[in-house]
Design a binder for this molecule. Structure first.
Ligand code: WTA
Length: 633
């Protein structure tokens, strides 16, 4: 599945465009199927209706586990590094992981789980999180993983949207010097969720928890039951290629987060193929992706992609800056990591600690580096290249999205010549196109436009859970017959792609997608807030920060307390990750006569660029702009 030279890439790419069915048919043959497909792809971007490998039968866990047992059963699948460096690391070989997944799959069955059920997972970054994910896939249940930084309210919204009947969680989770009371947050969420019949709780932090009779069970007790039953094997459920594998919620420009749906066959092929090809993964290499399994990067490139390729992955529970800012480099040295895949926000944060944190660290095992989640600025790119890669490691800047399932535009390590800040060229099978506001194709090089894709790929989303119309209007209605990414993009003179950021009202804060409307709704829940508007602004470490303009007449008495109250409200409604960095109290917002907030003006003010605010004459009350300008933070 790997191309070995730039000429070969060009050749394969051409073939993938001219004969896409033949191309994907050959790639898909590298995987294990219970039954092969009748048709490679059937699609239209109008409804949309997308089916890959129709008629094929499989179970993705057989590709990730069973097929490695004979030759690579003793190869480490997971090297788990705990939050606290003084706690022992754990290694799980493919055979051990297989056994644990089968055991836990039987636990799920004992607790009433069946094919097609939706199961919510809210856990810390421990091997049992990956085991839980794979156990769901083993029995054909659909997992919906919720990142540990989301609030009880957000979890409840997601559980209700997907109508989950089981939750898998832990007593708590360690993150740096904090303990997060996961079970207690779940308890708060479940007050609103009568559909949940069982909660399986893993012991991790020994935080006191309340266990409800008949509903809550301990992971460890349930495993013991399975052991005494002698239930060690769990046959993999036969799945249709287009059966749902998982739901993952992500923010858009309007309304509540939507549940992006991925299916079994195409997702397996796409994540396995792109992992192998873009990173040029060789057997025996140690791969470390620093993302959380709660995000798509963790799903595709910690769990499914690497496992389907028999890779050895480091799974890290903690954060890059605790107990000190050498944490990543110590892990690289300890496990002789060969491939490090991280995010620009982490790079910038570690960069800010200076070279001291790198002193004496042996990074010579590193061969390839990767970046994901947001545009990487040139300064961070060069630092990563020089200080971490010592100029010897290709940087694979992977552009993709929750909706795309896997890498779309990305260098192939050591094959594609790289350029700082550029995701470079589309991977084989991917057909990007730039369009202008009116949907007209922007042709040639040295141009920019809105980034769309004109042909389906196996890893793309199929729908948004429970609301297909929303999928259509969000991604397929802006431009006829194209998938619209929401990103702006530049194609330079060499035909290289550089992603310039979102063109919709979605912020990218530390690589996390946050909808401005979502944050506004949360702020507006505060009892004394009249109205608010949220925009992004450039932030040295986070990439973008959250700037909120808030109308709140009561704040005059105690502005600082009101500010904190608003932050608490956002934490409670969405989660700590969405807390505004800046809150400016204003008496009014710049609105047009038809009542629309002119965000363009607010964005400029938030960026600190007030020299040229453009035409403000159409505003209902132009005076408000001067007031906001004067009070800018
Ligand atoms: C942004 C994360 C520039 C982009 C995998 C996209 C990037 C959004 C890159 C998706 C990159 C992701 N360069 N921008 N290499 N990778 N993005 O769904 O705006 O959490 O639309 O998926 O992140 O974020 P998501």
């Amino acid at each position: 599945m790997q191309v070995k030279s730039f000429e070969e890439y060009q050749q394969v790419y051409r073939k993938s465009v001219e004969q896409p069915e033949k191309f994907w048919d050959e790639i898909a043959n590298n995987f294990l199927w219970k039954k092969k497909w009748d048709k490679v792809v059937e699609w239209n971007f109008v409804e949309p209706n997308i089916k890959w490998f129709k008629g094929a039968k499989l179970n993705i866990t057989e590709n990730c586990l069973d097929r490695h047992l004979e030759k690579n059963g003793d190869t480490p699948a997971i090297i788990w590094e705990p939050n606290d460096p003084t706690e022992h690391h754990r290694i799980l070989t493919y055979r051990q992981l297989y056994n644990k997944v089968c055991q836990f799959a039987n636990v799920l069955k004992n607790n009433g789980a069946k094919k097609g059920d939706r199961i919510c997972i809210y856990m810390p970054m421990v091997p049992e999180l990956e085991i839980a994910v794979l156990a769901c896939a083993r029995i054909g249940a659909v997992h919906s993983v919720v990142f540990g930084g989301f609030s009880a309210q957000s979890i409840a919204d997601r559980i209700k949207d997907a109508d989950c009947n089981i939750v898998i969680t832990a007593d708590g989770g360690f993150r740096g010097n904090k303990v997060i009371d996961l079970k207690s947050i779940i308890d708060d969420a479940l007050v609103q969720c009568p559909s949940v019949e069982k909660v399986v709780v893993l012991t991790r932090t020994r935080t006191p928890v309340s266990m409800l009779k008949g509903r809550d069970v301990w992971w460890e007790d349930e495993i013991k039951k399975v052991e005494t039953q002698g239930n060690t094997e769990c046959p993999a459920e036969e799945m249709d290629a287009e059966d749902m594998l998982f739901i993952l919620y992500t923010s858009g420009s309007t309304g509540k987060p939507k549940g992006v749906v991925h299916t079994c066959g195409g997702y397996m092929v796409y994540t396995g193929y792109t992992f192998s090809n873009a990173f040029q993964y060789e057997p025996g290499e140690v791969y470390f992706c620093t993302a959380d399994i709660g995000w798509i990067t963790g799903h595709s490139y910690i769990a499914y992609g690497p496992l389907s390729q028999g890779a050895t992955s480091v799974l890290f529970e903690g954060i890059p800056t605790w107990p000190n800012s050498s944490r990543f480099w110590d892990i690289v040295e300890k496990f002789k990591v060969n491939i490090l895949y991280t995010a620009p926000t982490a790079i910038r944060s570690l960069m800010s600690f200076g070279d001291e944190a790198l002193k004496g660290k042996d990074l010579s095992s590193l061969k390839k580096l990767g970046s994901v989640g947001e545009p990487i600025n040139e300064e961070a790119w060069h630092w990563f290249d020089e200080k971490i890669g010592h100029g010897n490691c290709p940087i694979v800047d992977t552009w993709w999205q929750t909706e795309t399932g896997g890498f779309m535009i990305s260098p192939i390590a050591g094959v594609t010549p790289t350029k700082p800040g550029y995701a470079t060229l589309p991977l084989p099978g991917i057909q990007p196109i730039l369009v202008d506001e009116n949907g007209k194709e922007v042709k040639g090089n040295g141009v920019s436009g809105n980034l769309c894709i004109r042909f389906p790929w196996p890893g793309m989303l199929r729908t948004t859970y429970g609301d297909h119309e929303r999928c259509r209007t969000t991604y397929f209605a802006a431009y006829p017959n194209l998938y619209f990414t929401g990103d702006g993009c530049l194609r330079d003179e060499d035909g290289y792609y550089r992603i310039t950021g979102r063109v919709d009202d979605v912020l990218n804060v530390s690589g996390h997608r946050i909808g401005t409307a979502e944050v506004e709704n949360a702020i507006n829940m505060h009892s004394s807030v009249v109205e608010s508007a949220v925009v992004g602004y450039p932030h040295d470490i986070k990439g973008q920060g959250v700037y909120a303009f808030v109308i709140c007449p009561d704040q005059e008495h105690e502005p600082e307390l009101t500010r904190k109250d608003i932050l608490m409200t956002v934490s409670r409604i969405i989660g700590p990750i969405a807390k505004p960095d800046k809150i400016q109290f204003v008496s009014g917002l710049p609105k047009t006569r038809s009542g629309k907030i002119m965000r363009r003006i607010l964005r400029k003010i938030a960026e600190g660029d007030t020299s040229n605010l453009g035409d403000t004459s159409t505003l209902l009350d132009p005076g408000v702009v001067d007031e906001i300008k004067a009070g800018a933070l």
